[in-house]
Unconditional design. Structure first.
Length: 109
């Protein structure tokens, strides 16, 4: 259940960040409210996952997956393109999350 909570926290954070971009500096009420609600849900679910998952592992996964997902969303919804150094950096983030999950005793596996 805690891994599902972490996954949902990541998805809410990604949606909230997308809405934050669409809020145009909190000048558009709809996206602004979606952003605030999404972050509230994300933090709640992250807090629930932290009852079981070590904070360093959970945060690494939450932030790393969030970076990757929001980069994809930004490319699709906002037509933002990443250059090669940015893509390499994101690849290193993904590699780090994979190493933590597969190899670290801190991950709880």
């Amino acid at each position: 259940m805690h891994w599902l909570q972490l996954l949902l926290a990541i998805l809410f954070e990604t949606a909230a960040t997308s809405a934050l971009k669409a809020s145009d500096g909190f000048t558009r009420p709809g996206p602004s409210l979606l952003s605030a609600a999404g972050y509230a849900c994300s933090f709640y679910l992250l807090a629930q996952a932290l009852r079981v998952v070590p904070v360093g592992v959970a945060y690494a996964i939450w932030s790393g997956a969030g970076v990757v997902l929001i980069s994809v969303v930004a490319a699709v919804l906002f037509r933002q393109r990443l250059d090669l150094p940015a893509m390499l950096g994101i690849g290193l983030i993904v590699a780090g999350v994979v190493v933590i999950n597969l190899s670290s005793s801190a991950s709880g596996h």
